[in-house]
Design a protein around this ligand. Sequence first.
Ligand code: ADP
Length: 151
Amino acid sequence: MKRALFPGSFDPLTLGHYDIIKRGVTLFDEIVVAIGVNASKKYMFSLEERKKFIEDAFADEPKVKVVTYKGLTVDFCKDIGVKFILRGLRNPADFEFEKAIAHTNRDLAPIETVFLLTAAKTSYIASSIVRDVIRHNGDYTKLVPKSVRLK
Ligand code: ADP
């Protein structure tokens, strides 16, 4: 079974992430959406909220699993026996950043990173922008799946 890990903070899940996961499902038998836990990082949404947003968005998609992890992504891949990492690319800045991470990961473990180019209509969306819109009471609902709502 071909499985891929889609790692990130998902603070919160956006339509950009959603698009990559949906398309990932057509390439792999299972997509493990992995929320990285970094104790030194401040998040807008709790781990439970972030996990629920993703689980609810893919409630009808049995090929998508949501997990949380600590530590190096490649170590987690080894722990759960996943051989591919899935990442999304929006622009040249993403490419440079992702290239360094992918090369480092390849040095650390025999795990391939597979990149999907963002859909044109979601290419400008970033969780950081969504958080800014939320902080300033803007209409964030156009940028995120329906499962992502403020309480
Ligand atoms: P991180 O916290 O590691 O920056 P994110 O949670 O923002 O990661 O994103 C996880 C993955 O989703 C990354 O591969 C990132 O490039 C991708 N991604 C984020 N936003 C988009 C988007 N709008 N279109 C495509 N991919 C995206």
